[in-house]
Design a protein around this ligand. Structure first.
Ligand code: F3S
Length: 297
């Protein structure tokens, strides 16, 4: 009997993640003492939200620190999801070499938040308030401007005439629309900047379709990756046999028991070698004469 593995066409690294990794590798390749400045190469927080990829970068000489206080010298790489304005200023104050790997789409969201708040708009930020990207977007809002991060806060807002909406790049369109609806009910003027990035939309669309036709669905990526967690939520809502895993080591034969079609999708920060490892392990478990592997879009 033929078994099928279908992989979403867009699975894995997006433009911003590829760019951030290339910047980190290039920086590591130049060595520590370039520009006459001694010291280590470190990123302020993980460069991307994938522990295995970050580990590989560490082997190449790119360390990770959690706060600006831990940095005294050397080169500091700003991760793809950005850092807060105050962290950036603190780094500038320390005189370290800043290597900016912020994804341009995240920068766009920061800029919209800044410009809207300067123009007198209260700001609605659609996203996870504790996520580094959302913290960075909020940090660009001018001081004293009201900021709302939940639908309940928007619905309860008082004395606001105009509001601008920006979105964490990895949010779902449906979530954005629930904020837009609440804002339209509450404020006379609403400006919306849909800063959800195309890579996110594409991965969500393809994963939605595939989850509907696969017997079992695997979502690959870091547990700390917001976009991967969102893919897992979307797939789980459609296909109860959905597993979010980081690597092939978490696979077990019982997961594919009785299934003929396995769907595979992966977050924007999941490296190609993780996807390849999962495919190999699935083929190993599925001992049958014919296994077809193809892309789904
Ligand atoms: Fe950038 Fe979108 Fe990737 S915001 S880091 S291209 S998911």
């Amino acid at each position: 009997m033929t078994k099928k593995i279908l992989i979403t066409k867009s699975a894995g690294f997006c433009f911003g993640v590829k760019r951030a990794i290339a910047i980190a590798v290039e920086t590591a390749g130049k060595g520590e003492a370039e520009d006459g400045k001694e010291g280590p190469i470190q990123s302020l927080g993980p460069i991307i939200h994938n522990p295995q990829a970050v580990e590989r970068l560490q082997e190449k000489g790119v360390g990770v620190v959690e706060s600006v206080d831990e940095i005294a010298c050397g080169k500091v790489i700003i991760p793809s999801h950005g850092v807060t304005r105050s962290d950036r200023s603190a780094l500038e104050g320390k005189g370290v070499t800043i290597v900016d790997a912020t994804c341009p789409f995240v920068t766009k969201a920061q800029e919209h938040a800044k410009a809207l708040s300067r123009d007198g708009y209260a700001i609605v930020v659609v996203g996870e308030p504790d996520h580094p990207e959302v913290k960075s977007i909020i940090s660009y809002i001018e001081k004293g401007v009201p900021v709302f991060t939940t639908v309940a806060e928007v619905s309860a807002a008082k004395g606001v005439r105009k509001a601008g909406i920006v979105v964490q790049t990895t949010q779902t369109f449906d979530n954005l629309m629930s904020f837009v609806a609440a804002a339209m009910r509450r404020f006379p003027e609403v400006r919306v900047f849909n800063t959800i990035c195309n890579a996110t939309t594409l991965r969500q669309q393809e994963s939605t379709g595939l989850a509907g036709l696969a017997d079992v669905m695997f979502v690959l990526g870091g547990y700390n990756s917001a976009n991967t967690r969102r893919l897992a939520e979307i797939c789980k809502a459609i296909n109860s046999r959905t597993y979010h895993i980081e690597t092939e080591r978490e696979l077990s034969p019982s997961m594919i028991e009785g299934a003929s079609v396995a769907g595979v999708t992966a977050g924007a920060s999941t490296p190609p070698w993780i996807i390849a490892g999962v495919l190999d392990r699935l083929k190993e478990f599925w001992k049958c004469d014919r296994i077809e592997v193809s892309f789904y879009r």
